[in-house]
Structure formats: C-alpha cells, structure tokens
Design a protein around this ligand. Sequence first.
Ligand SMILES: CC(=O)N[C@H]1CCN(c2c(Cl)cnc3[nH]c(-c4cn(C)nc4C)nc23)C1
Length: 277
Amino acid sequence: KASEVEKRWTLNDFDIGKPLGRGKFGHVYLAREKKSNHIVALKVLFKSQLKQSQVEHQLRREVEIQSHLRHPNILRLYGYFYDQTRVYLILEYAAKGELYKELQKSKCFSERRTATYIASLARALIYLHGKHVIHRDIKPENLLIGLQGELKIADFGWSVHTFNRRQTMCGTLDYLPPEMVESIQHDASVDIWSLGILCYEFLYGVPPFEAKEHSDTYRRIVKVDLKFPAKPTVSPGAQDLISQMLVKDSTQRLPLHKLLEHSWIVQNADPSGVYRG
Ligand SMILES: CC(=O)N[C@H]1CCN(c2c(Cl)cnc3[nH]c(-c4cn(C)nc4C)nc23)C1
C-alpha cells in the first residue's frame, strides 16, 4: 500500500523481539509493529560500517529495488528509516527461516522438493528480469522459507537495475551499440547460471564446481567441468536440465520460460509452487 512507503517509521513503532541472525552489516530482529501487531523482520545496519565499506549506494539501490517488488517468492521490503547511527529495513518475516540450514540438515533435497523450489525461483526471476532487475547473488544463503513452505529470494544487496546505465538515453535503445544491447541479455542470464548451480546443489548437497582451492574452483567454472556423481535418486532429466543451464555461452543458456516447460520440472514440481513434504 502506498501509505506503507510514504509513512515515516521510527523505532518506537515496533516492539523488538529475538535476534533472527546477523548479516554482514548488522543484525536482523523479529519485531512487531505496535498498531497493526504485524510481525516483521527488522534489519539493523550500522551507518559507520556502511560508510567504511562504501556500500551506502548499494544499500540505497537495494531499498529502491526491493521496495517496488511484489511477488510471492520475493521477500517484501515494506519500508525503512534511520536514526543518528543506524539504518533500519522493515522486511517481511519468513516464518520457516533460512533455506541453507534446511539443506545442511537434510544434506540434499528430493527431486520433487528441488523441482518445486527451482520452478518458483524461475517464476520470481522471470518477474525480476521483466522489470530489468537482475539479482546476481542467487545462493542458498539468500533464500528464506515462508509459512507455507514457499521460497523467498532475499538480500538484494547485489541486484542491479540493468537499465540504470542506459536510462541516460531517456529510455530509447536506438542509440545503443550491439555490445551494450547484448550485455542486457548477458546480465539476466547470470541468474540462469546461478539457478543451475542451485539445482545441482539441492540434488547433490554440494555445488558442481566445488574444490579445495579457489584457483581450482575458478578453473572448473571457466572450463564448465560439470560432472554428475552416480546417484540413484537423481534422474537423467535433472542432469539434462542442469546441463542446459550451465552453458559457458550466456546466450545459449536455457531461457527461464523454457525451464518451466522442461519435462523434469513438469513431472516433479508441485503446481502450487509449494513443497509440502
Ligand atoms: C543476511 C540476513 O539477513 N540473514 C538472515 C538473518 C535472518 N533474516 C530473516 C529475514 Cl531478513 C526475514 N525473515 C526471517 N525469518 C528468519 C527465521 C525464522 N526462523 C524460524 N528462523 C529464522 C532465522 N530469519 C529471517 C535473514
């Protein structure tokens, strides 16, 4: 609602509850807005830390982007406020917590759970890309689980609005050279690559190019050294989908709308987009 964004919030509007976790720049607390009794997650960031890490512009962009997004698989940002020393983000509370903890607990996910999550993330990315936003940081740590078991993409700290550089031409693409028009395509396809990594990690419990040394991981990524360990619970369809997403040439990666039509997704994803176990 428009009122939510324009309203001037202060700390006095909230009862602060237990800490939910800590991000790099501060903590996230369970909180309740006093008038509505609405439960939220209040992310508290220290201005001093933001300044010394020069991420104020990134935070402004995160707030600008996330506050305008409305999608069931994207964590809402209801508003923000600040005081002398801190910035506060009023975020949707995801009642079932962090996905990476679930993945650690169960080591890996079934094909049904994986396909359901991947399909819902693909729909969220289609929505994001449709608004010329790319997330650029899709990984288990940035995924939360809502009350019904639905996934929520959080932490838009690394997202960018791909047209911000190009808006200087006041919206027209006519004057852009091929490499800039192509890079708009390129930008969005980085999220397809990350979704492929995520699908692999959900099924095998580890990301595909993991190695002891960073230099080895780097080498395996640029070579797309993709191997599928023999695992009876992972079908050829899953390997086919992953192989179509982890393609070096970004223009050849499976488009997200095609992912939703892939037989392995159609056969395994729960149509409601929610994995009920
Ligand atoms: C970097 C960062 O913000 N990471 C996490 C911390 C908690 N935070 C949450 C955010 Cl931003 C929103 N909702 C959450 N729900 C939970 C949570 C729920 N349970 C049962 N356990 C937890 C934990 N955490 C959040 C995001």
